[in-house]
Design a protein around this ligand. Structure first.
Ligand code: APR
Length: 354
């Protein structure tokens, strides 16, 4: 997975380079600057003294000294004032300048803090969005592993409205909180003459997927959660693809959408090597987050997602908070994998991708 959002102390990162949110003098300070200099030892300051400072939005590189990384890339973020003084462009430039230096040195991995989100007062959610957008745009044309390191959970924000909407969806759907959502023992046939008078059934994402409504009991589920739960589908379509493997369905969906392979795996936040492995093995069985990442990249419906997952032996389950959050986004047809990862990160879930 080329882009990781992780909670860690950047001085512990074993990557080619970590980025320091420094000031223009490059002579050390507090916050992450202070932590990096403390962990690196005096050699770092001695080298920084020879750099002659750095302009806001620009970056310079030094050795890593006692740090577990090989290099430190120092950049000075903008001090946040009103938001109308070119702060966003300068902040984006901090990330891009650092990525360019790493690329010029053929570095394979780099870790960033949330530059300017501390002493420089930049609103954290705006920093997160600018950092994520700049990194994503860079990774669309470059192979590198990039970490965005969140030091404290307060730094992470997906926006209050989205956070509360997802939390309400989890409260409504997450099986741990709603025992009655589990299938009753004697689940009746949903189709055929077993349907009681007045009952109805169908598929409505906003009702949690497939539903069977007897007027007094509404049970929503995905087909793979019940034995014998039939749902309306083109049977010939089903039979045509019933023997298809995960890889075959993935490649078919890429073709059907007129996508290039690279477009699909980059949108899925999957690295090229893993995709080549999947493409070359017709019976490849991916990890569940990887399979879901491809479903998101292909913008599959909930039904198609269930089918793709089933090819790899998985199912979306209401007993998994991760799956319920994925179901939230797919049911609302929101396929921005980085927004989904930000949400998964906020709810302490594993991220999508390889
Ligand atoms: N690892 C990762 N992130 C960290 C760490 C750490 N060890 N320590 C702090 N952070 C995070 C903070 O939580 C914040 O989100 O780094 C982000 C940036 O905060 P600051 O370090 O205060 O940097 P910034 O806001 O860019 O201000 C830079 O502060 O330390 C001085 O010399 C520095 O003058 C410069 C100014």
């Amino acid at each position: 997975m080329p882009f990781h959002i992780i909670r860690n102390d950047i001085t512990k990162m074993q990557v080619d380079a970590i980025v320091n949110a420094a000031n223009r003098s490059l002579l050390g300070g507090g916050g992450v600057d202070g932590a990096i200099h403390k962990a690196a030892g005096p050699g770092l300051l001695a080298e920084c003294k020879m750099l002659g400072g750095v302009k806001t939005g620009e970056a310079k590189i030094t050795g890593g000294y006692r740090l577990p990384c090989r290099y430190v890339i120092h950049t000075a973020g903008p001090v946040y004032r009103s938001g109308n003084e070119n702060e966003a462009a300068l902040l984006a430039s901090c990330y891009l300048s650092s990525l360019k230096i790493a690329h010029e040195r053929n570095l394979e991995s780099i870790a960033f803090p949330l530059i300017s989100a501390g002493a420089y007062g930049y609103p954290r959610d705006q920093v997160f969005r600018i950092a994520a957008d700049t990194i994503r745009a860079f990774l669309a044309n470059h192979d590198m592993t990039v970490y965005l390191v969140i030091f404290d959970s307060a730094s992470m924000s997906i926006g209050q409205a989205l956070f509360y909407d997802i939390r309400r969806y989890i409260d409504d759907n997450y099986a741990e909180q709603h025992a009655n959502l589990r299938a009753p023992e004697n689940m009746p046939e949903v189709y055929g003459d077993a349907m009681p008078d007045g009952a109805s059934s169908g598929y409505e994402p906003e009702r949690g997927g497939f539903f069977y409504d007897q007027g007094f009991t509404t049970i929503s589920a995905f087909p793979d959660e019940y034995e014998g739960c039939l749902f309306q589908r083109e049977l010939e379509d089903l039979f045509d693809t019933i023997d298809e493997s995960f890889t075959q369905m993935l490649l078919r969906k890429i073709d059907e959408r007129g996508m290039k392979d690279s477009e699909c795996y980059k949108r899925a936040n999957i690295d090229r090597k893993l995709f080549s492995k999947i493409r070359s093995d017709i019976h490849y069985r991916p990890k569940k987050p990887t399979a879901i990442a491809f479903a998101i990249a292909l913008e599959l419906s909930l039904m198609e997602t269930s089918e793709l997952l089933s090819k790899a032996g998985y199912a979306l389950s209401k007993s998994s908070k991760f799956d319920v959050i994925i179901e939230y986004f797919i049911s609302k047809r929101i396929y921005d994998i980085h927004m989904i990862n930000e949400a998964l990160f906020t709810f302490d879930q594993q991220l999508l991708g390889s």
